[in-house]
Design a protein around this ligand. Structure first.
Ligand code: ZN
Length: 174
């Protein structure tokens, strides 16, 4: 496992765990965390069940920016999706299904707006600059717009899912 490099000082991070980083959170004690050996309070968590870093070590300002981006911009869009109409009456399972699909669309939309692939469009990998870019990209956007974009949108990047394939010989329409 290659140690992630701290973007602030260029040093390879060291692997530690929640006992050191979150001393007041016994529930996180065993979580592997990569921490910068030079910069104070600069770390990154791992993909669940692995020691693979979720991006690069972030300082408090960057972590705060990522959290804000989630709470104020990204999460409300997909969480409120079932209330945006067109779904009829939904039970708890139906609400979850709509939210899951909405979440995929929100990230797809954000990736397209930011010129990223879906694989690199994760807030844990965002720089402060990208957090600002995402914040602006989602400003004033409703889930209805994202749903329309997903259905009829232009400039979508292929997601691996089959959409109306152009007949052979036909150019790919812009
Ligand atoms: Zn550092």
């Amino acid at each position: 496992m290659a140690a992630p490099i701290c973007p602030t000082c260029g040093t390879a991070a060291r692997l530690t765990d929640g006992r050191e980083i979150y001393p007041h959170r016994p529930d996180l004690a065993d979580k592997p965390i990569w921490a910068c050996t030079v910069c104070e309070d600069t770390y990154v968590g791992c993909h669940p069940g692995t020691e693979e870093p979720l991006g690069f070590p972030a300082d408090a300002a960057l972590r705060e920016a990522r959290i804000l981006l989630h709470h104020r911009r990204i999460d409300p869009l997909w969480k409120d999706a079932p209330r945006t109409g067109g779904y009829g009456r939904l039970d708890a399972e139906g609400i979850k299904t709509v939210q899951r699909a909405a979440r995929v669309r929100v990230y797809g939309f954000l990736a397209a707006r930011m010129g990223l692939t879906r694989e690199t469009c994760h807030t844990a990998m965002f720089t402060l600059e990208q957090c600002r870019e995402a914040w602006t990209a989602l400003k004033g956007v409703s889930y209805g717009e994202i749903r329309d974009w997903a259905k009829f949108g232009e400039g979508r990047k292929p997601t691996g899912r089959k959409r109306r394939a152009p007949a052979s010989g036909e150019g790919v329409a812009a």
